[in-house]
Design a protein around this ligand. Sequence first.
Ligand code: NAP
Length: 251
Amino acid sequence: MELEGKVSLVTGASRGIGKAIALKLASLGSRVAVNYVAIEASNKADADDVVASIVRTGGEAIAVEADVRNSEAVRAMVDQVAEKWGKIDILVNNAGINRDTLLLRMSDDAWDAVIDTNLRGAFLCTKFAVRHMMRQEWGRVISLSSVVGRVGNAGQCNYAASKGGIIAFTKSVAREMGSRNITVNAVAPGFIVTEMTNKLPAETRDGLLAMIPLQRLGQPEDVAELVAFLAGERAGYITAQVITIDGGAFP
Ligand code: NAP
């Protein structure tokens, strides 16, 4: 129970990688706030299911609604978590979307939606959450980047820019927060099997698989293990890093 007594906030935790991270942090003893956005009624139901799974196994969790693009909503969410449990120790900036197309066909809306969710969302959540971490001089901020943010990808210039932005954001905030004993890191997954990647055509998936030395696609639980390590005491001297988790595809 390495995270006993800790309070974690995981954005976009209703499904996919965020859900796996929420379950993993809870399994290590952390109380977990499971963020979701109420765009569809099913989103709340999914977040409630994650909370129920944690509670069933003896953990503590709450579902917290906020659109990470919205400053006031994020502030209210962070306050809600801090009021409930008195602090925030671990923030996982996981919420993310993609709207893939080639540059010449990309609408302004597709650009803005992806940058706003993936990059502005991480900025807002970090800004409000670190205030609580600074007071206690302990904190962990872990943001989901992507291998695409390191190497680029045709058809994903908006997504790649947002994930490259996460890397630069992480390194900068790590410099600001080091003296407060707050570590700030990013993880850069390759191809992980979730709803986001299920949309890809079978031949694209097969092509990606051929590039992976470990010869399998990643699972959300693979990423959750890495995030949980970075969240714990044992990772206390790791900050400003981007750790790739892609089965060896992009060394
Ligand atoms: P996913 O299955 O599509 O889940 C995305 C999550 O983000 C959902 O819970 C979604 O909530 C939430 N979300 C979207 N917009 C939001 C907003 N405005 N406010 C709050 N939450 C919002 O995606 P995933 O594959 O698990 O990806 C999770 C993260 O890992 C993303 O940042 C993604 O870019 C990154 N990543 C994924 C892969 C991969 O191969 N899957 C690879 C590299 C990086 P709703 O359910 O409420 O819509």
